[in-house]
Design a protein. Structure first.
Length: 140
């Protein structure tokens, strides 16, 4: 079964006390590691990096991001015209993008000082599973 990237919808409730951001559909039981990305500026695109085995989940904790994902067909020499799954995620709701195993990503901030929370199902160094391709590799 091929699993495609998807958005796990969160929401926000506000009242006189302030706001509560939540995601009652996100199951965090597989998470072993978290980190935050804060790109240097709006022009910089961080990519292409991904994992054959590891899954990741992305959530904007401040600002807004464009996330592009590609399912890799051959890790030694991927086809250049592979389908791109594009998402825009922002901190208005606690939406989470699920990135299944087998995908590479590119990440671009769309607002200054945006911060993206990354969650992974393997600890750093637990497996050898990091692949990187030049940012222009998949351009046609």
């Amino acid at each position: 079964m091929v699993v495609q990237p998807s958005v796990i919808e969160g929401d926000c409730y506000s009242d006189a006390r302030g706001s509560l951001f939540f995601n009652n559909e996100f199951d965090a039981s597989q998470i072993k590691r978290i980190y935050i990305i804060n790109n240097i500026d709006l022009e910089f695109v961080r990519g292409w990096q991904g994992h054959k085995i590891e899954q990741r989940w992305f959530s904007a904790i401040s600002g807004k991001f464009k996330i592009d994902l590609i399912k890799i067909d051959n890790w030694d020499q991927p086809t250049k015209g592979l389908k791109v799954f594009s998402f825009v995620i922002n901190s208005d709701k606690l939406n989470v993008i699920h990135v299944p195993q087998g995908y590479v990503s590119s990440i671009q901030s769309l607002e200054s000082n945006s911060k993206l929370l990354i969650m992974a199902d393997y600890l750093l160094g637990e497996i050898e599973d990091e692949y990187r391709y030049h940012i222009d590799y998949f351009k046609i």
